[in-house]
Design a protein. Sequence first.
Length: 402
Amino acid sequence: MGEDTAAQSSSHPAAGSGTSGITETVADSEINIVPQLARLKELGPQARRDRQVTVEAMDLIKASGFMRALLPKRWGGLEATPQEFFAAQITIAEQDMSTAWVAGVVAVHAYQLALMSEQAMDDVYSSDPNTLISSSYNPAGARAEACDGGFMLHGRWGWSSGSEHCSWVLLGGVIPGEGYRTFLLPRMDYEIEDTWFVYGLQATGSNDIVIEQPVFVPDHRTHKQMDGFNCIHNQPNPMYSIPWAQIFTRVVSTSAIGALKHAVALFTENAGTSSTDPSKLMGDPDIARRVAETINDIDEVETIMFRNFDCMMAAVLNGNEIAMIDRVRYRYQASLVIDKLSGAVDRLFDVAGGRNVFDGAPIQNIWRDLHIARSHVANNPTSFARNLGGMSLGAENGDVFI
């Protein structure tokens, strides 16, 4: 979407919360994901077995426009609003959480590229706007050194979701004496090591990226952390003034919203086919409470997310900066999603019945997926709570990824 359409979408009721709002946002969007949903659901079990989203599923998602959603129009993208993007991710997650996780994490990198140099954009997207990029931002295993015209980089990075489907990668590293940057590298410069043997989110294929010998990364293929924090970009659409961190941190939590919606649907369907008298389940006050609380949890996190993006879009479209205290609050609220929804899926799983203890049971799979998602550092609310509480009490902001 361009600026005018984006402004209309951010103020449209469909950008708000609730299932009907999500449905309308997806239906009205240029992201044409609805025709692909049934097949994405069918491909989910195979992806879990293969520990990798299938090539067919990725092709369907590409065909929908989702992978180009946040890419500037100049490069063949849609410039969809964050509301449209995340509404589509939720809808994909109602079919399969791993597929939505990979789709979101890979597609969101087009937004970061839009904040980088024109030459970097040309390197990646000049031949194909559906070019895919994976990432691993943790710099713990990275070694980066400045050199003439750029940097020499090597090391090991974990958790690169969807990396086998991608021809580029974004890797985090710390430059001695300068600070953190993200480095953009083509597939020829790195290896993917198959390490993803896990308890949940198996199909994300979040394997390790390995660079044994130092490789050269030109300066134009890097992104300074503080440029992201300060919302520096050269795009005409003011949407790109929304901080990069606010977009990225939501892709690793939003798929949980769709997954829990799926769990509620499975739970209510199972209640209707249970060997126990369904009327007894309906009349059980504890069961009714658990379902009601879970529905409310979904509505709460969904409402907050869309409200926050409505506020951010309204600010940037009016040429205003997003207040620092709001950025800190929004970051904290994003970190709470998995905590809240993993507790909600526990609430259902505890009374979901004996059939769900067996490997492959759908509700158990969702239960596993949500708990693995909690392992992502972005989904640990402790430091973000401390930052918000501290700022509210008069301290300075202590986080640059907000």
